[in-house]
Design a protein around this ligand. Structure first.
Ligand SMILES: Cc1cc2nc3c(=O)[nH]c(=O)nc-3n(C[C@H](O)[C@H](O)[C@H](O)COP(=O)(O)OP(=O)(O)OC[C@H]3O[C@@H](n4cnc5c(N)ncnc54)[C@H](O)[C@@H]3O)c2cc1C
Length: 361
């Protein structure tokens, strides 16, 4: 262990916590990861078959640059863990005819490899009438639960890392730089990261809004399995341009959802708000608005997932709560793909907190 090694304490073993732990351990720091459930925890919001990674955000060039950097970090992680984590099938987003050229131009301007695609080249997906697709090539699907499982395994085998499942934090004392466990134990460290996903609001007092969204898992017909294996992920699709899909492949199912299924809720436990409390017809309606031949896709399951967004910016954020306490305060709809950036930011903060920091500067 280097002389300037620090102790990093991470609360939450979702993608944020696990990737931060890896990054800090690689830098030679001692790391402790606590989670109230198993590690990885199937109840975490990260635990799902897949998550989309794409960079292009025409309204936010800085964010586009940031996620393009995350793309490189994902490839490095894949090399470290030695298994395929990332299906680089591309992501297509649909835009009205009057906007699509400008969107593609922004993509090219910031250095992304993009191409216009006509909806008839993707005949199994529905686009809003008259809209065209912008295909981002260096983008696609992260195999989310595989990422978590391999990351947890890597951490388990690392001499500098202690992973402690079934350890619940009940309070954070930001001034004292300590967390309080359910059994009353207090733990401190040189840096503490609260990465409790949508449950962060229960530990950390910040203006955040909690969203719940339902996702539908479908089994594609056998005769289309080959087509779907090569299909890109897609956003802003469906007849109203509010839907998205993640294609099946590498053993995963086809997953669809729509922003029309997103609800603001008070807590993860709050069971009051459903997409359509009156019945289940919303599943059929959503699937029919996204796929051209919906009856050929049996529904395998429906799952709900939660994320926090900053009440003001609508985005995700990393905040400093006290001298050594940080929180990934909002988990955001882009929280999976940006996790390596948070990990890098925390690792750099740890390095700067070293008494020998001047040696690096
Ligand atoms: C429907 C939906 C679709 C999404 N799609 C995408 C996408 O395509 N691309 C993308 O980048 N992002 C997407 N996201 C967002 C992304 O999934 C999340 O932002 C990300 O997974 C959050 O990871 P996390 O590690 O911060 O939190 P989590 O994965 O939720 O992990 C938090 C961990 O903290 C633990 N914990 C909680 N409270 C405590 C406590 N008191 N003590 C100890 N442990 C505790 C939990 O057990 C859990 O394991 C989507 C989100 C939703 C809801």
């Amino acid at each position: 262990m280097p002389a300037d090694a620090r102790h990093v304490l991470i609360v939450g073993a979702g993608v944020t916590g696990l990737l931060t732990a890896i990054r800090c351990a690689l830098a030679g720091h001692r790391v402790t990861v606590l989670d109230r459930g198993a590690v990885p925890n199937p109840m975490s919001s990260s635990f799902d078959q897949h998550r989309t990674i794409r960079a292009l955000d025409p309204g936010d060039r800085a964010a586009t640059h940031r996620v393009a950097m995350a793309h490189r970090l994902w490839l490095e992680l894949e090399a470290l863990l030695g298994t395929r984590l990332y299906r680089r099938v591309g992501v297509v987003t649909a835009w009205p005819a009057g906007e699509v050229d400008a969107v593609a131009a922004i993509g090219a301007e910031v250095g992304l490899s993009v191409e216009l695609v006509e909806p008839d080249t993707l005949p199994h997906m529905r686009f809003p009438a008259g809209w065209t697709g912008v295909l981002e090539h260096d983008a696609g699907v992260l195999l989310a639960d595989r990422v978590l499982t391999l990351a947890a395994r890597w951490l388990d085998a690392h001499a500098l890392v202690t992973v402690r499942p079934r350890r619940e934090i009940v309070a954070v004392d930001a001034d004292a730089g300590q967390v309080v466990l359910a059994d009353g134990e207090r733990m401190g460290a040189d840096l503490i990261l609260i990465a409790a996903g949508p449950w962060s609001r229960e530990l950390v007092d910040l203006p955040m809004v909690l969203h719940r969204q339902a996702m539908v898992y479908l089994r594609p017909p056998e005769e289309l399995a080959r087509w779907w294996e090569d299909a890109p992920s897609a956003g802003r699709i469906g007849t109203d341009g509010r839907s998205w899909l993640l294609p099946p492949g590498d053993g995963t199912l086809l997953k669809v959802s729509s922003s029309a299924l997103c609800r603001e809720v008070d807590s993860v436990a709050d069971r009051a708000s459903r997409p359509d409390p009156a019945g289940t017809s919303w599943v059929d309606q959503v699937v029919a608005s996204i796929l051209t031949d919906p009856d050929r896709y049996p529904v395998h399951g429906v799952k709900e997932c939660h994320y926090l967004v900053d009440a003001e910016t609508g985005g995700a954020s990393l905040v400093r709560l006290g001298p050594v306490v940080w929180a990934r305060a909002a988990s955001g709809g882009d929280g999976f793909r940006t996790a390596p950036l948070i990990a890098a930011q925390i690792a750099e903060t740890v390095m700067r907190s070293s008494p020998n920091w001047r040696e690096y500067a």
